[in-house]
Design a protein around this ligand. Sequence first.
Ligand code: ADP
Ligand code: ASP
Ligand code: MG
Length: 477
Amino acid sequence: MTTILKFGGTSVATADVIERVCRIVRGTPHPVVVVSATAGTTNALIGAARAAAGGDVVAVETIMARLTASHDDLLRRAAGKDDGEATRALEDLAQRTKALLRSVAILRECSARSQDAIVSYGELASSEIVAAALRSRGIAAQAVPATRIVVTDDAFGGAAPAFEETYARARTELSPIVGRGQVPVVTGFIGATREGVTTTLGRGASDYTAAILAAGLGADECLIYTDVSGVMSADPRMVEGARPIPRLSYAEAAELSYFGAKVLHPRAVLPAIEAGIPVRILNTFAADDPGTTITARAEADGSIVKATTSLGGLGLLTVQGSGMSGIPGFAAKVFDTTAAEGISVLMISQASSETSICLVVPADTAERLKAALERMLAKELAHHDVERVLVERPIAVVAAVGEGMRGTPGVAARVFGALGRGGVNVIAIAQGSSERNISFCVSEADQAKAVRAIHAEFGSSRPVPSAPPPASASSVR
Ligand code: ADP
Ligand code: ASP
Ligand code: MG
């Protein structure tokens, strides 16, 4: 019987909020804690790595002096008194990271491997601070680097975990600590190859670590504590009237996070689904709020579009030409080229006339993919079977998501009607065969306008009924 408690960057950033974290931990039976780096630290470390690669030693020193001072200060304030173990650990970490940055500055090149080692400072430091804060309140706690648990491949910057090995290690490393009545405070985001080289699982992946540990330990629940009261009907920074959604199915949550709802890492739901473990998104700053419960199936609540989400910084590639129609294997050629370039495609749409294929990819890969496609399709271009390969950017993908869309006639008409009235020009459309998602491309300048138009059409028209508060949140009062 364990509960995973994951605290994001803003939840570990000040002594006051760490006090809240400690109260939540104290109120939870057999907790396993997972922490992110303090807010802004991962970005600052990436900045330091880039500055080092550019030979800007002064910038590196400035960033590291600020980071180490703020971590030392946070440790003092959060733990209240000297914690020798954590002080020494922070000192070692700072020395190691500075040495890594010096090597990068000498070589003037920062590989993904070096960057992973550098950014691991963030989570390693925050786990020490939170463990010390718990100890200072009489809660036996121990920082545990996930490099001892999460075994990954060597795709630095976005490594894939080896699940079975990781699950086995989660049990051998963590169960004895929990069994002794201690709280393990595990680093999110990082792992290591079988050879012990530090890796990271991709930006925002501490949620993923939490879900992986939940599956490995067969936890009762995986509670993701953040700075908003659950998954909201839209990004609250973009839509003023966004409201928390009480219940989501795993599939809805996966679609939302895939299309940009930053509140949950896209891959975080999968290990939890497979293990049948409910995931809750809760607010560290308002721990009594009911938050969002994500379960295998969400019961129908009468809503159609539960949430509208968006992702900017993308490019749209269109392969156009009347001679493409009916050529078998043409789409395969396009996708093989994309795969060979190592570019991930976020959305695909093909008109039934088969005269164009549209691919949405990260904006900074669009020109490279265009060049690769032009090389691959040189013959077709010469014969005018393919007219041209076009790139439009920056564009955004907006997605309207909700199980209630399935089988409800007229949803697309309402979506596109609302966009038309809002003066948003839609560039391309795709609907997943699951029918729980309609996604479309707009120019990035129209991103917020499009989200607000759909949210106003579906989001504010029907109050979402609230769910009973989760037991774990109410025990923390
Ligand atoms: P953490 O550091 O706790 O992991 P993140 O910054 O990764 O937190 O995610 C929480 C943030 O996600 C919120 O502060 C909010 O601004 C943003 N966000 C974007 N879309 C949504 C959404 N649909 N619901 C809730 N939050 C969202
Ligand atoms: N610290 C990492 C990041 O900023 C992981 C996380 O916060 O989930 O991406
Ligand atoms: Mg996050």
